[in-house]
Every structure is written in structure tokens, then in C-alpha cells.
Design a protein around this ligand. Structure first.
Ligand code: PLP
Length: 358
């Protein structure tokens, strides 16, 4: 089947095959990795190697910590303000979609969270212009969501924050596109799109950020605790980290982020072309300039037609094309592990469905 699920999402087939082969008896251990102590040398090495692989894959070298945490990207929505807003008077959020708004709402429980810019009144169909950002120089940080998974939009231009630390939720585009990552003081991503299965969240933290972090919060919520213990303060999600290790090695074999990005652009183009050439039969939800490469969203003339499209697509082997319940319509999520052939097949199906139903 063609897997267009928004997350947990498709995993590369060779990774699944290797994980299956090693599940019961890992070749280096003589037992399953899931039975191994996280204090064993092998797990410590796996953890350290995966951190380095992630940094290298992203083109980052010195000056960053990589943390592997539980709780999903949603926990970061709370941990970021706990660590960095408690010690300052305010932080700002760019509201570009519903996950961005969730991050902002969590921060409101903790301190003075401001809205730097918002496209909520346009139903998230566009990304606010960087010229519209309101930024007070004393802000603890500015929080962005670089790819809006539900709406299908992405940020293309980064604001000049004049030294205010930039923090980004890159859950649905990390490793899928190139961005000037050195600009960011912190990047985080739930693994379940481009990095691996659900269960681990990758956090990349610029070293100087710890200087500003609160020491008034419990140890388990402090980034400093994870840094000081190489993310082995408590039991980490070892299996998910192992899977991320395999996915990162697969990504290197594919040619790294620059190659994956080109492939993602080609995949998205195949579907957007059908939408744009359909004389309104398929209607893209997001302004063209702000479209995501990872999540392609569109609507059709009626909910009934959309339901028919979903039902037939399932019969034809397409999985996960229903839009998010909050906005309806259709969504094809074409993360790194989705092959070009899947998007070719989807484009062909969309053309054929239109011919039969217009
Ligand atoms: N942020 C973005 C951009 C997402 O796409 C998601 C999940 O899809 C989340 C946050 C929430 O992630 P989690 O379910 O890991 O908490």
C-alpha cells in the first residue's frame, strides 16, 4: 500500500527489514536490544552515535547538544517556557497553524506569551510576512513552527530576530528540507515523521541557551539534566533511538538532506500540478507561495465528493489521505520515506478520479 499518513508516517523499507531481522536477536548482542540495560556500553554507544549522526545529517557541528526525550513534541510546548520563559519577562510566538497555537497556549500557563504574528484570521491559509513580526528585544525567545502539518503550509523566510533566540518546532520538516539551522538556538522534532517511529523527541540545543535556563523547576523537566546525563538521566526510549539511528544511516545513503529535499520537491510537484491543472475540481487550501512539500492539502466541491475520493483511494491502495478532522478535505503527507512512485500513482489516481466525477 502507498502510505500517505501524516504521522506516525511511512518508514523506509530497508530500515523496517533490518529492524525485523535484529528484533529477536541483535547481531551484536545475542539478545533483543529491547531487553538491554540502557546503562550497557552498547546502548551508550548507540545513543552517542545517533546524536552525532543527527548533527552531521543536519550540517551542524560544534556548539550544540542533542537530547533524546520522551513526551512527544507536545511536551516541548511546555518544557520550552518552563526552561526559558520563567527567567524572563516575555516570549513571542508566530501563530501559523494549530500546532503553533498549541505551543503558544501552553506557554500562556507559564508566563507572558505574546503573539508575534498570526494568520489565524485567514484560517491558516497563508504564512504571515516577516515584516509584520512584532518583536521586543527583551524577549526570551521567538517560537516558530517551520512546517504546519495539519494545514499544509511552511515558513520560507526567517525573521531577523536581532539576537532574540529563535526556537523552532520542526516536527514535520526536519531532515526533509534545507534550512539555515545555525540561525536557531533550539530545534525540536517528534520523531514520527522523518526521523523514525513515535516515542522519541529530538532536541538540538545551542550550548549558550543553558545559561538562561530556569533552575526553579524539577530536574526531570530541565534541559540541563538531559545535557549533563547525555539523555540517560532516566530510562530513554531505546528502541525508538535505535530506529532513528537506522533511519539516519538510510538518509545518508540516499545522499543526505539536499538529495531528499530535491526528491520531496519532485514528489510534491507531482500532486500540486494535478491540483492546479484541475480547473477547480481540486482546490489547494494554502496560498501557493506558502505550500508545504511534506503535507499537501486540498478540498473538493462537496464533503460527499471528498468522502467518495477517500473511500475509492483506499480501495486503490492509498492510505491516510483524509484531511485532519479540524479542517477536513484531503491531505497527502509525503515525508522522506514515501517513494516518488507513490506520488506518481496518487497523481494518476487523482486525474482518473476527476475524469470519472467531473
Ligand atoms: N508539532 C507539529 C508540527 C506536529 O506535526 C505534531 C504532530 O503531528 C506535534 C507538534 C505534536 O507532536 P507529538 O504528537 O509528538 O506530541
Amino acid at each position: 500500500r502507498y502510505n500517505f499518513n501524516p504521522g506516525p508516517a511511512a518508514l523506509p523499507l530497508p530500515v523496517l527489514v533490518q529492524a525485523q531481522e535484529e528484533l529477536v536477536e541483535h547481531r551484536k548482542l545475542g539478545m533483543s536490544l529491547m531487553e538491554m540495560s540502557h546503562r550497557s556500553r552498547y546502548v551508550e554507544e548507540l545513543n552517542a552515535e545517533t546524536q552525532q549522526l543527527l548533527l552531521r545529517s543536519l550540517g551542524l557541528n560544534k556548539g550544540y547538544h542533542v537530547l533524546f526525550m520522551g513526551g512527544g513534541a507536545s511536551s516541548q510546548f511546555a518544557l520550552i517556557p518552563l526552561n526559558f520563559l520563567l527567567t524572563k519577562s516575555a516570549a513571542a510566538y508566530a501563530l501559523t497553524g494549530s500546532f503553533a497555537e498549541k505551543a503558544y497556549s501552553e506557554a500562556c500557563f507559564i508566563g507572558n506569551a505574546q503573539i508575534a504574528a498570526s494568520s489565524k484570521d485567514q484560517q491558516w491559509r497563508s504564512i504571515p510576512s516577516i515584516r509584520d513580526y512584532q518583536l521586543d528585544p527583551a524577549l526570551a525567545y521567538l517560537h516558530l513552527t517551520t512546517n504546519n502539518t495539519i494545514e499544509g503550509s511552511r515558513i520560507n523566510e526567517l525573521p531577523d530576530t536581532k539576537g532574540i533566540p529563535l526556537i523552532a518546532d520542526m516536527t514535520s520538516d526536519l531532515l526533509g528540507r534545507q534550512l539555515p539551522l545555525q540561525t536557531f538556538a533550539m530545534i525540536y522534532a517528534g520523531a514520527q515523521k522523518n526521523l523514525g517511529p513515535a516515542g522519541v523527541t529530538a532536541v538540538i540545543l545551542r550550548e549558550d541557551m543553558l545559561k538562561h535556563a530556569s533552575k526553579q523547576i524539577p530536574l526531570i523537566f530541565r534541559y540541563e539534566t538531559f545535557v549533563n546525563n547525555q539523555s540517560l538521566f532516566n530510562t530513554p526510549p531505546v528502541h525508538a533511538i535505535y530506529m532513528m539511528n537506522l533511519v539516519l544511516k538510510w538518509a545518508v545513503q540516499q545522499g543526505g538532506v539536499s538529495t531528499l529535499e530535491k526528491q520531496n520537491a519532485k514528489k510534491a510537484q507531482l500532486v500540486y500540478q494535478v491540483i492546479d491543472g484541475s480547473e477547480g475540481f481540486y482546490q489547494g487550501i494554502v496560498d501557493e507561495a506558502d505550500r508545504s512539500l511534506m503535507n499537501i492539502t486540498w478540498r473538493m466541491a462537496s464533503e460527499e465528493l471528498e468522502q467518495r475520493f477517500i473511500a475509492e483511494s483506499e480501495q486503490h491502495g492509498f492510505e491516510g489521505l483524509a484531511g485532519h478532522r479540524s479542517i477536513g478535505g484531503l491531505r497527502a503527507s509525503a515525508y522522506n520515506a514515501v517513494p516518488v512512485e507513490a506520488c506518481e500513482a496518487l497523481a494518476a489516481f487523482m486525474k482518473e478520479f476527476r475524469r470519472r466525477n467531473q
